[in-house]
Design a protein around this ligand. Structure first.
Ligand code: G3P
Length: 217
């Protein structure tokens, strides 16, 4: 499973990239607003840090606007993935970009039918939002399972990018359900390494090692 970080915060992206765990980055208008940075500048900077796919979302809602904005975004760096909303205009723009060899991420997916449409127009990634479905008392993870089945039934190559991940358990469940990628907030990525038995075991090893009085170097 590939790990993308879901943020526009440069410090977190740098720190996580150094761990070797990061395969890509996703941003969205809310994350850009939170960063307080200029959108195009921050996307360029992220693309210079992480060589993998970096999703940058269009703001336009109409087809012509999406194409115009997507072209600008795609020119910012070779690894930009143009993020488009799951609307008919967004799907049409996805088809156009697919024909031009531009990678796309179709976002705000909340149903298997929406995911089917995105695959049919040749989306590179589909982003089902797990946490937001959980928020309204639905099973977000069921959607990942359903999309996995549909895509496998027809050999669609669109990659399932589990988004709106809110917990370490979401990451486990998305991996079990066969998501190709999880885009994860930095706070959740840091939590993935934690286990109380690892912490306790390490404390004991440190103590016992000190008692030997030895040094490896
Ligand atoms: O990648 C989409 C993600 O940023 C949405 O997450 O927590 O705002 O639902 P959330």
């Amino acid at each position: 499973m590939q790990f993308f970080v879901d943020t526009a915060e440069i410090a977190d992206i740098k720190k996580l990239y150094e761990t070797g765990l990061l395969d890509g980055v996703t941003t969205n208008p809310s994350l850009v607003a939170k960063s307080g940075r200029n959108f195009k500048e921050v996307v360029k900077e992220i693309c210079g840090i992480v060589p993998g796919p970096v999703s940058a979302e269009v703001a336009a809602l109409d087809y012509d606007g999406m194409i115009a904005e997507g072209e600008v975004l795609a020119k910012l760096a070779d690894n930009v993935v143009v993020k488009l909303p799951l609307t008919f205009d967004g799907l049409r723009a996805t088809k156009t970009f697919a024909g031009r060899g531009v990678k796309t991420n179709v976002t705000l997916c909340f149903s298997p039918n929406q995911a089917l449409l995105a695959a049919k127009v040749g989306a590179t990634y589909i982003s089902p939002f797990i946490g937001r479905l959980d928020d309204i008392n639905l099973e977000g993870m069921e959607l990942i399972e359903q999309i996995r089945t549909i895509y496998d039934n027809y050999n669609f190559t669109t990659q399932i990018l589990a988004a709106s991940i809110r917990s370490a358990n979401h990451v486990t469940q998305a991996a079990l359900a066969g998501a190709d990628v999880a885009t994860i907030p930095p706070s959740v990525i840091y939590k993935l390494v934690d286990h109380p038995l690892t912490k306790n075991g390490l404390e004991q090893f440190v103590k016992d090692w000190k008692s030997t009085g030895q040094s490896i170097l």
